[in-house]
Write a protein that binds this ligand. Structure first.
Ligand SMILES: CN[C@@H]1CN(c2cccc(OC)c2)S(=O)(=O)c2sc(S(N)(=O)=O)cc21
Ligand SMILES: [Zn+2]
Length: 261
């Protein structure tokens, strides 16, 4: 079975037993209090160079649905903002709830969104491999985008229409030609802080960049994520994939910085 999950026995409240860093000083997600954020005028805009990005496959890893990218060169990078150099896009995935009232990992003034999209990037300037970067304090940069329910999202269909092909843990499907730029809101006003992976191994290696404006997706599109299961096809247990989010963690004195566009 899974070494960790989101259930009673293996969920976020017991992760610290196998991953003691869960109680560390820079854990994620956090509750974002917009009034606590300091404005840093020297903080520039986030720049996404995704025009040459190459998506490869979509997979169910038993925790979420993940779209993987070719990351053997600098064809798709994020830079600017708090980042000292370009970080390569490796994958994106989602977290969502069983109902629309919760599902995001970061919260804003205590409020949850229905889902949260994470675009995971790594510092290939300083580190030779993703795995090495994933354990370094400046190794990863994750762009977080909130999803709120409302009208249909015109591009999310490209993903929700193929979710039935990755229903079970371990399933993978070719997924080429998808550019995640179509999943971003128009304004990239963001908050940034130093944190961690929100899943085991919970490495404290992430510069978080959380975009303020949500994208709007329909309840019907979101419900398709809940047709995935945490379990493998060979298992007799079918556990619906939902509520795959970690609750907010203590800020422990960290500075939250905000950048208005
Ligand atoms: C299962 N969860 C993912 C684990 N990953 C991973 C894969 C391979 C090695 C490794 O550490 C050495 C980590 S990851 O870095 O791609 C990320 S980022 C992330 S989130 N929610 O904080 O954005 C979750 C995961
Ligand atoms: Zn995530």
């Amino acid at each position: 079975g899974n070494p960790w999950g989101y259930g009673k026995q293996d969920g976020p409240s017991v992760w610290h037993k196998n991953y003691p860093v869960a109680e560390g000083d820079r854990q994620s997600p956090i509750d974002i209090d917009p009034h606590q954020a300091s404005h840093d005028p020297s903080l520039g805009p986030i720049v996404l160079n995704y025009d040459k990005c190459t998506s490869i496959k979509i997979a169910n890893n038993g925790h979420s649905v993940v779209v993987e990218f070719e990351d053997s060169d600098d064809r798709s990078v994020i830079q600017g903002g708090p980042l000292g150099n370009p970080y390569r896009l490796k994958q994106f995935h989602f977290h969502w709830g069983g109902k629309d009232c919760h599902g995001s990992e970061h919260t804003v003034a205590g409020n949850s969104y229905a889902s949260e999209l994470h675009l995971v990037h790594w510092n290939a300037v300083k580190y030779k491999t993703f795995e090495e970067a994933a354990t370094a304090p400046d190794g990863l940069a994750v762009l977080g985008i909130f999803l709120e329910t409302g009208d249909d999202h015109r591009w999310l269909h490209t993903i929700t229409d193929v979710l039935y092909t990755v229903k079970f843990k371990g399933s993978v499907t070719d997924f080429k030609g998808f550019n995640p730029k179509c999943l971003l809101p128009s304004s990239l006003h963001y908050w940034t802080y130093l944190g961690s992976l929100t899943t085991p191994p919970l490495h404290e290696s992430v510069t978080w960049i959380v975009v303020k404006d949500p994208i709007i997706v329909s309840e019907k599109q979101l419900s398709k994520f809940r047709t995935l299961v945490f379990t493998g096809e060979e298992e007799d247990q079918r556990t619906r994939m939902e509520n795959n989010f970690r609750p907010p963690q203590p800020l422990k004195g960290r500075k939250l910085i905000s950048r208005r566009v």
